[in-house]
Design a protein around this ligand. Structure first.
Ligand SMILES: Nc1ncnc2c1ncn2[C@@H]1O[C@H](COP(=O)(O)OP(=O)(O)OP(=O)(O)O)[C@@H](O)[C@H]1O
Length: 232
């Protein structure tokens, strides 16, 4: 479970998150919506300690994130908007294997995870490709595969569809949809709600660093128009 308890955060003196409370259960599929600058990325970066609250606390599995960063980062996998910044190896397979290797897993388990993760993003058999030669959309899919290979309890994705063509977007969505019944929670910040709302258990809408709606997708549609998100 991810819990925000009265979290406030400011960049310099500009408040970005204001007294925000939230709890996300294991296995829940949550869509985080909101206009540019509403605070979505800032919120997500608190889930694994990339940012720490000025006030309040963030807990993962009942423990404050900063008390055990490694546990929080094993439990919460993150995929960011600019995957280029996330790669640590020259080839696809080596990059995806990096996280599982750091968990000290046996080689055959690492290889299995890499193969499953590549299939999940429609890039099966591409483990030997050099990352520098991939298109932006392919790199985005490799970043998602890297997070999947960690088999986290929650997968947090910030605008993961930027640069993906429709088949790639569809394959990522299909994989995300199958994660939730398997017990892996998904937190997805996106402006592009096509096909996404019907997968969600919950839609959380943000405005000016506050949660202005938190409800099932069928009730969220009208409210989303108010937070300047295009609703399909
Ligand atoms: N490193 C930073 N330094 C100063 N201000 C920042 C920094 N990062 C974000 N902000 C500000 O914090 C606010 C919230 O930004 P954030 O990136 O969390 O919004 P967002 O909802 O994810 O937006 P987008 O949809 O554009 O990605 C914005 O006003 C932004 O200008």
């Amino acid at each position: 479970m991810i819990e925000f308890r009265s979290v406030s955060y400011a960049f310099e003196d500009v408040p970005v998150l204001s007294d925000l409370s939230l709890s996300i259960d294991d296995g829940e599929f949550v869509v985080l919506a909101g206009a540019n600058g509403s605070g979505k990325t800032t919120l997500l970066r608190h889930c694994n300690g990339l940012l720490s609250p000025d006030e309040g606390s963030v807990l993962v599995d009942g423990r404050p994130v900063e008390a055990d960063l490694i546990a929080a980062r094993s439990s919460v996998g993150m995929v960011f908007q600019h995957p280029r910044d996330q790669f640590v190896a020259a080839t696809v397979g080596a990059d995806i294997a990096f996280g599982p290797e750091n968990l000290g897993l046996p080689r055959e388990e690492i290889d299995r995870r890499v193969a499953v993760a590549l299939e999940a993003v429609n890039m099966g058999g591409r483990g030997d490709d050099r990352i520098a030669t991939l298109s932006g959309g392919e790199q985005a899919r490799i970043a998602i595969a890297g997070a999947l290979a960690m088999e986290p309890t929650h997968l947090v994705l910030d605008e993961p569809f930027t640069g993906l063509d429709d088949p790639a977007r569809r394959s990522v969505l299909d994989r995300l949809e199958s994660l939730s019944p398997e017990g892996t929670g998904v937190v997805l910040a996106t402006h592009d709600l096509r096909d996404v709302l019907e997968m969600a258990d919950r839609v959380i809408a943000m405005r000016d660093g506050r949660i202005v709606a938190d409800e099932p997708p069928e009730r969220a549609r009208d409210g989303l128009a108010d937070v300047a998100v295009r609703v399909p």
